[in-house]
Design a protein around this ligand. Structure first.
Ligand code: 5GP
Ligand code: MG
Length: 179
């Protein structure tokens, strides 16, 4: 275990299981459709890479970058789209892939913005959900797993751009950010 990690919340094996189940749900719901996956960078890239390899339908991959976080461990309310998708999603079936839903501000902003482009359908999928910290009434269609109100890193998730490469999801030691 990395020295800055207090404990492992989800092991590689638990993550595999979670992703297997999410893929099964999505495969059932979209078996006869084409799907546009919008990956929210940078955090969701590891999750997206694992999930999409378990999906059976034709997949079109798109990336979007939104920032609502600095190097801080608490969310801010302003969501800036710093990189937009490149294709038109009108009349397409779309799923937004997010690493974690915290306040819900990021996803509710992105959803509202993408709905204006008139997709045939738009659903939200997150690997991790921290419902204790929700500030919006956003409904997430596919949730990998619910986690407690702790700041987690690894499996794509960062603190100040570090720790994304860890193969598990771990709770970051408070001593790292409470200096
Ligand atoms: P929201 O807009 O729902 O408050 O926040 C969503 C974003 O905040 C996530 O995409 C993620 O970048 C960041 N975030 C929220 N909680 C955590 C956490 O526990 N760890 C990390 N690394 N990022 C988090
Ligand atoms: Mg994120």
């Amino acid at each position: 275990m990395h020295k800055d990690i207090e404990s492992i919340l989800l092991s590689e094996y638990q993550l595999e299981d979670i992703i297997e189940k999410l893929a099964e749900e999505i495969n059932n719901d979209y078996y006869d459709k084409e799907l546009v996956l919008i990956v929210i960078l940078n955090g969701s890239m590891v999750f997206a890479a694992d999930l999409m390899r378990k999906l059976n339908m034709p997949i079109y991959l798109e990336f979007m970058k939104a920032s609502s976080y600095g190097t801080d461990t608490t969310s801010s309310k302003v969501v800036n789209v710093t990189m937009d998708i490149k294709t038109d999603i009108k009349d397409k079936h779309v799923i937004i892939l997010e690493d974690i839903v915290d306040s819900g501000n990021t996803l509710s902003n992105l959803k509202a913005m993408l709905l204006k482009r008139e997709p045939a359908s738009l659903k939200l999928c997150t690997l991790l959900d921290k419902p204790d910290r929700r500030e919006t009434d956003i409904e997430v269609d596919y949730v990998g797993t619910i986690i407690p109100d702790e700041f987690v890193v690894g499996y794509g998730l960062d603190y100040a751009q570090n720790y994304r490469h860890l193969p598990y999801v771990g709770i970051l030691s408070r001593s790292v950010y409470e200096k």
